[in-house]
Ligand binder design. Structure first.
Ligand code: NAP
Ligand code: ZN
Ligand code: ZN
Length: 347
């Protein structure tokens, strides 16, 4: 067993605190990673605070994990000790169902073992995430990270990167397309960078006037303040696709009005409360409201290679582990530029 330090939530209302536990020693097909950095995703906050339904405590969040391979099982061929490695939002799946076979392990019809607040395939061993010093993961679910990149800026790609890359690619983002990004936070800023790198013209929809300059620096052409309805009018019927990253309940109608006939508004932001949508906002213009969940291992590797090639990395604020609770408060207030990343050696 591998002694592991971490930060964990012990209830929905108490701050995260240091917690020690043991990771399994490597099985023949396992890789043990010494974690260097872990991003702070808003999903960590929703989960730690029980906002999406019951959470199993103690809960060690974190699914934007990068580090170095410390140990490998005897059958592992893809990694050697010392290699850079990444882990995203899930650590196992059945590997045999139709969804696994079509590289969408996040939708495994048997069980996707999510990186935290989930269980291994046995249905009982809890999984603990990346706010921790080590993680043991089956080789097939570990991503390869190219050398020579700022590793702390790679970490957020493992969730924020793939979650935005996947729908941008699926809905045909390329030169000549117009993409809207709603909410300029962790996911939103990656969506802007990736859409721009794919060749699209990007419009950011934000509640924060102070983010305009940053949005333009990140690659957006237009910046719309959403608190004034008038600001939507010039964009009426102009966009091919919207990636909506907002973490709280909001009205979709104004955004839908900016989409072209047949265009799509993709929800990746996972507000805990349900939303109402006016049928007319979709009917007039044959518009589609869609959802998207992270991406499979193959697509995550493709995204990491794309981002390495295009030099697309997250803009981050590196924090010591002791600042985790403060980083949650600032993320909720939208005061993050644009992802907190924990320096795991400070655990
Ligand atoms: P984040 O960094 O907190 O960014 C969310 C942004 O949404 C904020 O920066 C803010 O941007 C905007 N916003 C927040 N509250 C709002 C409100 N009440 N009304 C309008 N805009 C608001 O969060 P994140 O880590 O990017 O995650 C965003 C959401 O995606 C979370 O719900 C998370 O759980 C979910 N998520 C989903 C997936 C998936 O696979 N589908 C994966 C990862 C995360 P402005 O200041 O620009 O308005
Ligand atoms: Zn996430
Ligand atoms: Zn499966």
């Amino acid at each position: 067993m591998i002694k592991t330090k971490s930060y964990a939530a012990f209830s929905a209302t108490s701050p995260l605190q240091p917690y020690s536990f043991e990771r399994r020693s490597p099985r023949p097909d396992d890789v043990v990673i010494e974690i260097a950095y872990c991003g702070v995703c808003h999903s960590d906050i929703h989960t730690a605070r029980g906002e999406w339904g019951p959470t199993a405590y103690p809960c060690v969040p974190g699914h934007e994990i990068v580090g170095r391979v410390k140990e490998i099982g005897k059958k592992v061929k893809r990694f050697k000790v010392g290699d850079l490695a990444g882990v995203g939002c899930f650590v196992d799946s059945c590997g045999k169902c139709t969804n696994c076979k079509s590289h969408e392990e996040q939708f495994c019809s048997v069980r996707t073992a999510f990186t935290y607040n989930s269980t291994e395939l046995d249905g009982k061993t809890p999984t603990y995430g990346g706010y921790s010093s080590y993680i043991t993961v089956k080789d097939k679910y570990v991503l390869k990270i190219k050398k020579g990149l700022a590793l702390e800026r790679v970490a957020p790609l493992l969730c924020a990167g793939i979650t935005t890359y996947s729908p941008l690619k699926r809905y045909g983002t390329k030169k000549g397309k117009k993409v809207g990004v709603v909410g300029l936070g962790g996911l939103g800023h990656m969506a802007v960078k990736i859409a721009k790198a794919m060749g699209a013209e990007v419009t950011v929809f934000s509640t924060s006037p102070g983010k305009e300059q940053d949005a333009k620096k990140l690659g957006a052409k237009n910046f719309i303040i959403t608190t004034d309805q008038k600001n939507f009018i010039p964009l009426s019927g102009k966009l091919d696709l919207i990636i909506d990253t907002v973490s709280a309940k909001h009205d979709f109608s104004s955004y839908l009005s900016t989409i072209k006939i047949g265009g799509t508004h993709v929800l990746v932001g996972a507000a805990p409360e349900p939303n109402q949508v006016a049928a007319m906002a979709l009917i007039f213009g044959r518009k589609k409201l869609a959802g998207s969940l992270i991406g499979g291992i193959k697509e995550t590797q493709e995204m990491l290679d794309f981002c390495a090639r295009k030099k697309v990395l997250a803009d981050i604020e590196l924090i010591p582990a002791s600042k985790i609770n403060e980083s949650y408060e600032r993320t909720i207030k939208g005061q993050v530029k644009y992802r907190f990343v924990i320096d795991i050696k400070t655990l």
